[in-house]
Ligand binder design. Structure first.
Ligand code: PMP
Length: 367
């Protein structure tokens, strides 16, 4: 606490990102990065953009990038907003569409979800009311069908990996469409790893639907920081108004060039992500066979509970065996770990570490 901090900064509770170790000793399964490299065409495009033009500011409107996104999702470029990672896009969306007044209706999001949502809400003084997940960690969609300041749903949800069918989300978008001004934000950070979840093509029909996307996971570009939103023109204009009151040049030249190339190379990424999905399904089955609880996942990660170990102990055991995963010390999920899907070789090492862990937990070895 510092006397120089204003009231807002004093009351913030900032997001704590997953550990980013500086050495390579760990198998890193803790921040849902893609284990496969970006398309070679992305690297080539970034190299080509590295030169004298870096003197110049980037295109603030991300014109070419928005055109590529629009082509990929079957929408118009005017229905697309690009930003510096989807975290930034989410922060702008909270600032643009949710009221920050004590009298305002609270916004709704799940109680167990991406932990940045309450952080943004606090940053902008937006009242929020977390909605409890069902006992099996599924989102109870009907619980969100009540007057609200807005709704935020990640599909698939994180850290559980559970997804809702598109029809459920659509019923929610329709329900809130009856009340002018209520935005339903669907965070599709992991939708590319799910079965037929994407909703962006519907934004022309529903002016209150905003979908938020990232190239960090499905395009293996967490280091490039590119995210985007798709929505009606009036929602996109709202995001531009916030951006241009904050920083007009959020997506740099190299990021725009790399992101454009990534969007143009769908065949490469389809191949990569099919591998991630196959590995996820294989590892989920192997863990279930060994008595682990594995929440059915449609993301590039799994949420699991050991049959023998408390979550904190399981986390420490894996860490000691060189495997970094994510543990959230929170009510209801303290005994679960979120494990990002790595390469097959990495996941075999993980499974082997779980095996050792099981025998230790059952008192079969002393190691
Ligand atoms: N939404 C969800 C649900 C996430 O898990 C993440 C990744 N931490 C993000 C958004 C942000 O991704 P990025 O800023 O890398 O685009």
């Amino acid at each position: 606490m510092s006397v120089y901090w204003n009231h807002r900064v004093k009351t913030l509770s900032p997001y704590v990102p997953g550990e980013q170790p500086r050495d390579q000793v760990f198998i890193k399964l803790n921040t849902n990065e893609n284990p496969y490299p970006p398309s070679p065409k992305v690297i080539e495009a970034i190299q080509k953009a590295t030169g004298d033009t870096l003197r110049l500011y980037p295109d603030p409107a991300c014109t070419e990038l928005r055109r590529e996104i629009a082509r990929r999702y079957g929408v118009g470029p005017e229905q697309v907003f690009a930003g510096n990672g989807s975290d930034e896009v989410l922060a702008f969306a909270f600032a643009a569409f949710f009221e920050s007044s004590r009298e305002a209706l609270p916004i709704l999001f799940p109680d167990i979800t991406y932990s940045f949502y309450p952080v943004y809400a606090r940053l902008w003084d937006i009242p929020f009311a977390p909605v409890p997940l069902a006992l099996d960690f599924s989102i109870r969609i009907d619980a969100y069908k009540k007057p609200a300041g807005g709704v935020v749903i990640p599909n698939p949800n994180a850290p559980t990996g559970r997804a809702l069918p598109r029809t459920d989300l659509l019923s929610l978008v329709r329900w809130h469409g009856q009340v002018p001004g209520t935005v339903v934000l669907v965070d599709e950070a992991y939708a590319a790893f799910g079965e037929d979840l994407e909703m962006a093509a519907l934004v022309s029909e529903y002016s209150n639907l905003l979908t938020v996307h990232t190239l960090s996971k499905a395009a293996s570009l967490a280091g490039l920081r590119v995210g985007f939103a798709i929505g009606s023109e009036e929602l996109i204009d709202g995001l531009c108004r916030v951006r241009d009151s904050f920083n007009s040049y959020t997506v740099d030249r190299l990021a725009q060039a790399g992101a454009e190339a990534a969007l143009r190379d769908a065949p490469y990424y389809d191949g990569v992500n099919k591998k991630v999905i196959a590995t996820r399904n294989r590892v989920s089955a192997a863990l279930r066979d060994r008595g682990y609880e594995v929440i059915p996942s449609q993301g590039n990660f799994i949420f699991i509970r050991s049959p023998t170990r408390k979550g904190a102990q399981f986390f420490t055991d894996l860490r000691e065996r060189g495997i970094l995963v994510r543990h959230f010390d929170k009510p209801r999920i303290a005994d679960y770990l979120r494990v990002s899907i790595g390469t097959d070789a990495q996941m075999d090492r993980f499974l082997a570490a779980c095996e050792t862990e099981e025998s230790v937990g059952l008192g079969l070895t002393n190691s």
